[in-house]
Design a protein around this ligand. Structure first.
Ligand code: PMP
Ligand code: GLN
Length: 383
């Protein structure tokens, strides 16, 4: 009889996104749980993909990604972030930011190393650290605005701390790091010689006149950060699973050693399509914030008559709703019950914590057509 392997992730089940999307489908509910748009990608992008495939971009790309795409991305970073990045040895195209994040952790975290995570955090971070043999060290974001308590972060640093993982704009809370946060992070990382994984996949989705600050814009962070981006978010094509990771040449070399044996390459025609699209419309990403802010506001205004309380999301395409005036039940139970009973699926926040605090928050994705958002809000007003 075959001996079962000892699980490397004994406490890990199927992700909440997979489970809630399945429940939404089974219940015929409006799916505001897993984050993805229900509207088409920008005009011209699908045609660019078809053209790329017709033009013969169907075989393996170079391991680091198509050079023409890396050139366009370096231009994007110059244009929108005022940073210079070498497309040759500082940009790697990856099959989704999830893979880039996994590879940077695998490349740098050794058994026994500690990695600081800010809870609630995206669900792929801790398993990546564990699979590398590292120890996730969880520090909770503070207060109702989910600010980083930098004193608590510094107190969690030990001689074994190797990396700090940040995410702004932040999934699941919608909070956004300010200039001062990056300033403090930069000093901490330098003082304690830490690597940084900066997940900026929602970089273009910041609202109410806020600005996105990138780790690439602080010289000390630029030397020690892996910065992750995803075309899924920027071009409304989550299913195309393509993104990129920016890091200094020495770190990129280590990332690529892992990437070449995890996926080897990202999908070729997708890379060509994005390169062509960006060449035609380099400022398309700047149009996103206003459109998503309008969706956020439509959703919030339609919820005005509900019993939920909320603070408008500062970034991402997620809005938290506080149900403490409605129920004392745990979020993971309520979000299942309400998917079945009221027909709107959401994501519980407690699953993104090692130790969830006492709070009553559900996450709703507003990357949906206006009609879908209005219908969902109408149903939520009945609760
Ligand atoms: N980080 C965060 C914070 C995300 O929300 C997502 C969304 N899936 C990812 C990383 C992964 O992006 P991708 O789909 O490109 O792997
Ligand atoms: N990032 C998306 C979310 O937070 C979904 C990612 C996934 O399904 N793994 O909802």
């Amino acid at each position: 009889m075959t001996r079962m392997p000892v699980s490397k992730l004994p406490a890990t089940g199927t992700t909440i996104f997979t489970r809630m999307s399945a429940l939404a489908a089974d219940s015929g509910a409006i799916n505001l749980s897993q984050g993805y748009p229900d509207f088409p990608p920008p005009d011209g992008l699908v045609e660019a993909l078809a053209r790329a495939s017709r033009d013969g971009f169907n075989q393996y790309a170079p391991m680091a990604g198509l050079p023409e795409l890396r050139e366009q991305l370096a231009e994007q970073l110059r244009r929108h972030r005022q940073v210079n990045v070498d497309p040759g040895d500082e940009i790697t195209i990856v099959p989704g930011a999830t893979e880039g994040i996994f590879c940077c952790v695998m490349a740098c975290v050794h058994p026994g190393d500690e990695v600081i995570l800010l809870d609630p955090c995206y669900d792929s971070y801790a398993p990546a650290v564990q699979l590398a043999g590292g120890m996730p060290v969880h520090v909770a974001l503070a207060g109702t605005d989910f600010a980083v308590d930098w004193n608590a972060v510094e107190a969690a640093i030990t001689p074994r701390t190797r990396m700090l993982m940040i995410n702004s704009p932040h999934n699941p809370t919608g909070s956004v790091l300010g200039r001062q946060d990056l300033e403090v992070l930069s000093q901490l990382a330098e003082r304690h010689d830490l690597l940084v994984s900066s997940d900026e996949v929602y970089e273009h989705l910041v609202y109410d006149g806020r600005q996105h600050y990138s780790a690439l814009q602080w010289p000390a962070l630029r030397q020690r950060a892996f910065v992750h981006y995803s075309f899924g978010k920027t071009f409304s094509v989550t299913g195309w699973k393509t993104g990129y990771c920016v890091a200094p040449a020495a770190l990129t070399a280590e990332l690529r050693k892992v990437h070449q044996f995890v996926a080897f390459v990202a999908v070729t025609p997708v890379q060509k399509a994005i390169a062509d699209f960006l060449q035609q419309q380099p400022d398309y990403p700047l149009t996103l914030a206003q459109r998503y802010q309008e969706k956020r506001d439509l959703f919030i205004e339609a919820l005005a008559g509900s019993r939920f309380r909320l603070q408008a999301s500062a970034g991402t395409y997620f809005q938290l709703l506080d149900y403490s005036a409605i129920s004392g039940l745990p979020d993971y139970q309520l979000c299942e019950d309400w998917t079945r009973e009221y027909g709107v699926a959401s994501i519980p926040i407690s699953v993104f914590y090692q130790q969830p605090p006492a709070q009553s928050l559900l996450r709703f994705c507003f990357a949906k057509s206006d009609a879908t958002l209005l219908k969902a809000a109408e149903l939520l007003c009945k609760i």
